[in-house]
Design a protein around this ligand. Structure first.
Ligand code: NAI
Length: 268
């Protein structure tokens, strides 16, 4: 896919990976509609880019995402790329994480992607033009982790939802392509408020370790986004810019399930 003059909508575009994607898209001459629930940060992000419109949007609100699609299709005529990227972290013991935090994880990480699919796919189908939907899961969508069950469960759901969507569009022979983006550690704000107000001491060291690991080994959003657009340019379904974070885990997991071995996890 050549990118010059194409149009893209990116959710969660005010920070981290979404912001990196927006900056890289702009570099490649893509016209942008940017969405985030943080209106002020979104405005700042859009102002710094040449052809970007900020549309403050909470992806958990289906009617807001409908409006986002309306605005984008009005502006561009058609949408060539949709990034369902907004996501939140939740950490803690499964039974202690506040119900509101569980609900928010499901509403943002799964509901947000679903709202994007519901609002954009029918419009893309009606246009009949080639398009691509990129859903952000995580390497954590292939291997669950204790102390972040809402995140693991919702990212597994994104992997499943995305594969189902791909199958459905294939069955219809629709011109809409699909990609599953599975980031490894990327420097962003995702761990800034992983507790939703509730801090359990057992979780603190786990989060500190993860934060340290991301700080030390994480990719910066800019080269990460460059790798994502290169993969889109090659038409890839699996977008895994950090295979070293996924492949050994996948192999180990496959072996564990094949051998009916028990999952085991030890801190540190
Ligand atoms: P981030 O916290 O820096 O950015 C996420 C953005 O999404 C923020 O601007 C936030 O305001 C926005 N957002 C949150 N809830 C929203 C809602 N309801 N409606 C609209 N916008 C909302 O985090 P990051 O890391 O850039 O996360 C982006 C995606 O990448 C997420 O889906 C995350 O799960 C995924 N990811 C991140 C990894 C990392 O190491 N940073 C690793 C694997 C996946």
């Amino acid at each position: 896919m050549g990118f010059e003059g194409k149009s893209a909508v990116i959710t969660g575009a005010a920070s981290g990976i979404g912001l990196g994607l927006a900056q890289e898209a702009a570099k490649r001459g893509i016209r942008l509609v940017l969405a985030d629930r943080d209106a002020a940060a979104l405005e700042t992000a859009a102002d710094a880019l040449p052809d970007a419109l900020a549309v403050p949007t909470d992806v958990t609100d289906a009617s807001a995402v409908e409006r986002l699609a309306e605005v984008a299709f009005d502006r561009f005529g058609t949408v060539d790329l949709l990034f369902n990227n907004a996501g939140i972290m939740a950490t803690g013991l499964s039974w202690e994480i506040a119900p509101a935090r569980w609900d928010a994880s499901i509403a943002v990480n799964v509901g947000g992607v679903l709202n994007g699919i519901r609002a954009f796919v029918p419009r893309m189908l009606a246009k009949g033009a080639p398009a691509r939907i990129v859903n952000t899961a995580s390497v954590g969508g292939f291997g669950p982790s204790p102390l972040m069950a809402p995140y693991s469960a919702t990212k597994f759901a994104v992997v499943a939802l995305t594969e189902a969507l791909k199958g459905e569009l294939d069955m219809l022979e629709a011109p809409i392509a699909v990609s599953l983006l599975a980031p490894g550690p990327v420097r962003s704000a995702i761990f800034d408020d992983p507790f939703g107000g509730e801090i359990h001491p057992a979780t603190q060291s786990f989060v500190d370790t993860l934060r340290g690991m991301i700080g030390q080994h994480g990719m910066d959003p800019q080269p990460f986004a460059e790798a994502v657009f290169d993969a889109i340019g090659r038409g890839e379904y699996w977008i895994v810019p950090q295979p070293e974070a996924l492949d050994p885990m996948l192999e180990q997991r496959h072996r564990m399930i094949r051998d009916r071995a028990e999952p085991h996890f030890a801190l540190g």
